[in-house]
Design a binder for this molecule. Sequence first.
Ligand SMILES: *[C@@H]1O[C@H](CO)[C@@H](O)[C@H](O)[C@H]1NC(C)=O
Length: 210
Amino acid sequence: MSQITIKSPKHCGEYYKQGPKIDKNYKKLFLALSSFLTAILLLSITIWIILRPAKPQFSLQDLQIYQFTLSPSHVNSSLHLTLLSKNPNRRVAIYYDDFQVHATYKAQQIASDTSLPPFFQDHQEANLLSASLVGNDIPVPPSLAYEMGRDQTLIGSFVLNLKLSGRLRWKVASWVSGRYGFNVNCASLMAFGFGSPITSKQGTQCSTTM
Ligand SMILES: *[C@@H]1O[C@H](CO)[C@@H](O)[C@H](O)[C@H]1NC(C)=O
């Protein structure tokens, strides 16, 4: 006698229940990964907010104009300036790489660009920078001599702009950033002098844009 046993297929369905389990593991992995990435993102934002570097500050300490003569078409000039440069950051140092200065009167350049040597500025350090600017027969539009005549007779003074443009790198501990361009504008009110040189007031604050 033989007994034939036929297993009922009623439990077959249980094997398929494993499918959703694998999906759950993927979900856990995805959740872990995304919360890890979110944590890293929040940490970098926090570090950036704590360290976010403030723009460097500049003020014009001294400006001497030895020569500023205009003909209807050309200008000759000779000036010497001293700038105070300050790093306001407590944790960020600055490498100044390229650094150029030029002088303008009524948006016309009146002296050639002069380069300043690159330098390193530590946390909250201040440095004096000085430069001599010279312009030899720089061509200008005829309106400039007219405007200077008006400044002289109507106002008795004129505004000379000293413009710096350069590139800097931030340094935090041993990490150094990429290069960022920056521009500085110092507007100095100068009285027309009857004996030379014409001297500026001390400590004119300059604006920095990055
Ligand atoms: C500038 O200097 C040159 C050379 O000394 C002279 O020939 C020219 O006339 C001067 N121009 C002005 C505007 O003074």
